[in-house]
Design a protein around this ligand. Sequence first.
Ligand code: TMP
Length: 217
Amino acid sequence: MAKRGALITFEGMDGSGKTTQLRRLAARLRAEGRTVLETAEPGGTAIGRKIRQILLDSKNQELSATAELLLYFASRAQDVDESILPALDRGEIILADRFTDSTLAYQGCGRGLGAQTVVLLDRIACRGLRPDLTLLLDMSVETGLARARARNSIESSAETRMDEQSLAFHRKVYEAYGALAEREPQRIRRINAGAPIGEIEHEIWKQVQAYFEKCHV
Ligand code: TMP
């Protein structure tokens, strides 16, 4: 029987180390002979990367909360249609740096647009596709923001519009992630992102192996 694919998402605050851990997991899976598609949101496709520029450019201060929400979903819809669904059909493992949980936390809660609106748009953009497993890298708001802002200043990044939001905004995002993890403990696994990098990698590997075994991936 052909092995089925899986969509594994990485979530967490800015600066929580998601991207580093995603790459490490991809390398481990490939070393096992699995075919892995790495994607990121916003971004993931050529069109998504153009949308990402609009979303994260700190010059775009006038972007309204609703336009922001729709742009995150526009990028995701493109990624789902162009990359994720075809890769799942081929039986691949998709590792996504953020997915709809980010929108629930940042726009639904942080911006106060509400979970119902986000869920409605998710149905349109993702057409029922849900992550099989979500790794939530749990790090305090202050530590994460300090890391994200330090990185932005070193790389003189133009992608700072979201990191520049207030501490109160990021606290709401953090709380929303906590609530999501409590609501769906089977899917969302909390990982202590304050641990040494190698330990985090090991913990993620354990969680992924357990999921693969349980679900015959
Ligand atoms: P990244 O730096 O992890 O790529 O994420 C870009 C920023 O966009 C980050 O601050 C989180 C934010 N974001 C949202 O606000 N809503 C979303 O749906 C996604 C995917 C990201």
